[in-house]
Structures are given as structure tokens and as C-alpha cells.
Ligand binder design. Structure first.
Ligand SMILES: Cc1cc2nc3c(=O)[nH]c(=O)nc-3n(C[C@H](O)[C@H](O)[C@H](O)COP(=O)(O)OP(=O)(O)OC[C@H]3O[C@@H](n4cnc5c(N)ncnc54)[C@H](O)[C@@H]3O)c2cc1C
Length: 446
């Protein structure tokens, strides 16, 4: 196919791939990898382009896996009702949730949106919130990946002959193990969530985040310069009435997206109004409680464009770190009309996961796309680093391989797998060179 300019959702990354491929099946993926290697070109898969970082950008071959979106197999139910489900790696999360629901199944946990591809979401460590739950990659039970030698590997945690290590890098490794073609997920019986949304002082909301007795999924959106946060508390299998469609439309589309776009535009034009707008927003978002299928409660539409940086901290560091963020915002008077999102996750064992080995608190800072973010994000990043913070791989940050390595106990293992399966850097790009290290003598044309 002819070259074109590729741009991510946020407009924070662009690239001009020399080739664009849309394979229809796994065999075509293997063929295109073989062809690209013979021609000396690098290869990057892209999902929905929802990473803020140039994670998927390439000057080589850009591969869209949208055609690999089928449900391949459904395993028998385990004692707890969960089932292993194998799907094409390019499937979008919203399509996956619909198909799972048709079989009485659901994802155990999700992030804020469902526009991403499954492969793209796991590759950057996409997560939701819940003190007892991990990110999407922890729900992966096995996968198939096409490596640089064009071989198709079916791997899982118990696979021998290096297969288990390949699995670890492939399930969360920015696409550096190869191209994922199929993913097996452990899915749980479909469940409903009762969402309770209410404004609260953010320090109070913070105290309830870690307490598993509070609810299964707790998070809050804190308006900079105010003491108030909108808390979202999702509890499994409650029985509140559903939201009337008209109310949902009004609150999610008009208030959360339409009015929010307008307040951001005003804040951009008249920065002096931002503190008042933030106080108003914190008050205007009223309380509501409703019950709905889990995948409808986890996600909401995000139509106002923004840039984002998110850091993962040891959860016990959250109060002090957020105190510093608050102090910086008040001192600097930075114009930030976008709330800060705070979430939690259980410790996991996924090598390059931001929650590896520690119960984690996430702090996500956002900026409206028409406003500058560099100074804000730099200041918050400096604070997060003091608390041993790990940046989300798909969100903006300025870290490099040499100062990330010490944050990840299994860093050397992950890099050894990469060296073994992709010594020439077929699946590298400028971003992976920066955050994981460049391949010596690697292929050009990234
Ligand atoms: C509005 C918005 C809301 C968000 N909310 C959340 C949230 O709640 N929680 C959270 O953690 N993150 C969130 N994110 C970040 C987002 O989930 C991640 O950046 C995710 O990686 C995007 O998925 P994607 O399909 O767009 O992947 P892309 O950005 O297209 O790609 C991401 C990476 O995956 C690789 N990749 C894609 N497909 C394959 C494949 N088949 N094989 C190998 N590698 C592949 C790419 O090369 C790239 O390195 C949000 C982003 C946006 C824009």
C-alpha cells in the first residue's frame, strides 16, 4: 500500500510509514514480517492509535490488525464459572465486550474507555482501578505471536523452551516481542456494577481508595486547585435502577463532554477563570447511582481531546505525593482545567507492568489539547520520580531506558528475551529505542 501520514488519537505523535499492511490472517502476518525483514524494513503493529506516546509510530511497515477480530474458541467453564476465550488480537475492546456478553461473560476489570484494540491495550499495560485486581495483561492466559524469524509461537506461562519468557514480553512489551495475532483471556461470568458517583473532599476519597471493604473499583477525579474530587465507586452485583437513557445522554454527552469542551475553551482563552471553573465543575457534577452491565459502567465516552501522563507509585506514597502535586499547582498557578485521576491496582507479576511486585496507586494528569502541557507534566514527573514512580508506557513521559531499568526487577529478563527473538530490532522504533534501549547495529528505517 502507499505511504501516508499516521497520527495518534491525541495528536501527540505522527509518522510516515513507508508501507502500510492490512493482513487478513495470521499467515499473511508471517509473510509480511518475512518480506519486511528481507527488504531491511522495521515493522510496527498499530491498534487504535490511542497511546499518547509514539509507541506505534514507524517509518517502516505499519501493520493494522483490524481483520483479526474474530472469536476463535471458548473453553469449558471452570469451577468459578470463568472461561478461557481466544480472540483475534486486533479486536477492539467494545466489540470484545459485546461478544463476551452474548456468551454470558465479561472482562474482570477495564480502563475508562473501550476504543482500544486488545493487543494494543495489553502491550502498554492498560489498567482500570480496583485494589484486588490487576490490569488487562494479568487477564491474559496465553497468546500467539509472530516473531522476527516469521515463526508463529503459541505461548503461555507454563510453556517450555523459553516459551514462558516469550509470553511475558509479548503480553506487555510494546510490541517488541513480535506481532500478536491471537490472545487467550480468562473471562468471568457476566456481572453488573452499581456505580455511585459523588463529590467529596479528595483527601477523604484517598482514604477509601485502598480499602477493599469500600467497593470493588474506586477512583476519583480531582479538580486542580480545589479540595474537591468526583469519586466513582463501582460495586459488583448491586441493585440500583438503571439510568434513564435520556439522563445518561444529558450527563455523559452534554455535561461531561459538551459543557466540558466549552469550559476548556473558556479556560484556554481566559486563564484567570480556570480556578472558578474548576470549583464550579467540582460542584456541578452531581451525585448519581445506577446499575448496569459491567462493561457499560467501566467506560465512558471521551470526546474532549487531551494530553496525558500517568505514573504508578507504591500505593502508600499516594497521600504525600498528591500533597506535593497540590502544593505545586497552588504555587505555580498553572492553567489546568482538566481533573487529575487517581486509581489503584493490586501487585502483579507481569515483568514490565507498572504494578509489578507492588500494590499500586496511579496518578494521571491531563491537559486540554489546546493548552501547553510540557511545564506541568515535567513538574509532576519530578515529584513522581521521588516516589519511585513508573510511567505508563502509553502515556507521555520523558524517561529513558537507563533510568527506567532500576524500577523493574525483571528488566534484564525482558531485554534478554528481546535480544534472543529480535536481535536486529525488526520490531523497534524510536520510542522503544528510548525506553528499552537501542539495538546495536539494528535495522534502519524506523
Ligand atoms: C481517551 C483515552 C483513555 C484512556 N484510558 C486509559 C485507561 O483507563 N487506562 C489505561 O491504562 N490506559 C488508558 N489509555 C491508554 C491506552 O489504553 C493505551 O495507550 C493503549 O495502548 C491504546 O491501545 P491501542 O489499541 O490504541 O494501541 P496503540 O496505541 O495503537 O499501540 C500501543 C502499542 O501496542 C503495540 N501493538 C498494537 N497492536 C499490536 C499487535 N497486534 N502486536 C504487537 N504489538 C501491538 C503498538 O506497536 C504500540 O507499541 C487511554 C487512552 C486514551 C486516548
Amino acid at each position: 500500500m502507499t505511504a501516508h501520514t499516521w497520527r495518534n488519537w491525541a495528536g501527540t505523535a505522527t509518522a510516515r510509514p513507508s508501507h502500510v499492511a492490512r493482513p487478513r490472517d495470521e499467515g499473511e502476518v508471517a509473510d509480511l514480517v518475512r518480506g519486511a525483514v528481507e527488504a531491511g524494513r522495521t515493522v510496527r503493529a498499530v491498534g487504535a492509535g490511542h497511546s499518547f506516546t509514539p509507541a506505534a509510530a514507524t517509518e517502516g511497515t505499519l501493520v493494522h490488525l483490524d481483520a483479526l477480530d474474530h472469536l476463535e474458541s471458548l473453553g469449558p467453564p471452570a469451577a468459578d464459572g470463568s472461561r478461557l476465550v481466544t480472540v483475534g488480537a486486533g479486536i477492539r475492546l467494545h466489540a470484545l465486550c459485546r461478544r463476551l456478553a452474548a456468551h454470558g461473560l465479561a472482562l474482570e476489570n477495564m480502563g475508562d474507555i473501550d476504543r482500544q484494540s486488545l493487543a494494543g491495550a495489553i502491550s502498554t499495560g492498560t489498567h482500570g482501578t480496583g485494589a484486588r485486581l490487576g490490569g488487562l495483561a494479568t487477564q491474559v492466559h496465553g497468546l500467539r505471536v509472530v516473531t522476527a524469524d516469521a515463526r508463529i509461537h503459541a505461548v503461555h506461562p507454563g510453556a517450555g523452551d523459553g516459551g514462558a519468557s516469550l509470553f511475558e514480553l509479548a503480553r506487555l512489551g510494546l510490541g517488541t516481542a513480535g506481532i500478536l495475532t491471537a490472545i487467550t483471556l480468562r473471562c468471568v461470568p457476566a456481572f453488573t456494577l452499581t456505580a455511585t458517583e459523588a463529590p467529596r473532599p479528595w483527601r477523604e476519597a484517598l482514604a477509601s481508595l485502598e480499602d477493599p471493604a469500600t467497593a470493588d473499583h474506586v477512583e476519583f477525579y480531582w479538580f486542580p486547585g480545589t479540595a474537591v474530587a468526583l469519586t466513582k465507586t463501582n460495586t459488583r452485583d448491586g441493585a440500583a435502577p438503571p439510568l434513564a437513557p435520556a439522563r445518561r445522554l444529558l450527563e455523559d454527552e452534554l455535561l461531561a463532554n459538551g459543557v466540558f469542551e466549552v469550559t476548556n475553551r473558556i479556560a484556554t482563552a481566559v486563564p484567570a477563570l480556570t480556578p472558578r471553573l474548576n470549583r464550579l465543575a467540582a460542584r456541578a457534577l452531581g451525585a448519581r447511582t445506577y446499575t448496569a452491565p459491567s462493561h457499560e459502567v467501566f467506560v465512558s465516552p471521551r470526546r474532549v481531546r487531551f494530553a496525558e501522563m500517568e505514573y504508578a507509585l507504591p500505593v502508600e506514597a499516594l497521600p504525600e505525593a498528591l500533597g506535593e502535586v497540590d502544593a505545586w499547582l497552588r504555587r505555580s498557578r498553572e492553567n489546568v482545567p482538566f481533573p487529575i485521576e487517581v486509581r489503584v491496582a493490586a501487585a502483579d507479576q507481569v515483568w514490565l507492568s507498572t504494578a509489578y511486585g507492588r500494590a499500586t496507586g496511579y496518578v494521571a494528569v491531563h491537559q486540554y489539547h489546546r493548552l501547553p502541557y510540557a511545564r506541568y507534566f515535567r513538574a509532576i514527573e519530578a515529584i513522581m520520580r521521588r516516589y519511585d514512580g513508573r510511567p505508563h508506557w502509553g502515556k507521555l513521559h520523558r524517561r529513558r531506558a537507563d533510568d527506567l531499568a532500576h524500577n523493574y526487577p525483571r528488566w534484564a529478563d525482558a531485554l534478554a528475551v528481546r535480544e534472543r527473538h529480535d536481535p536486529a530490532g525488526v520490531f523497534a522504533n524510536a520510542y522503544t529505542d528510548r525506553v528499552l534501549g537501542a539495538r546495536v547495529g539494528g535495522i534502519r528505517g524506523r
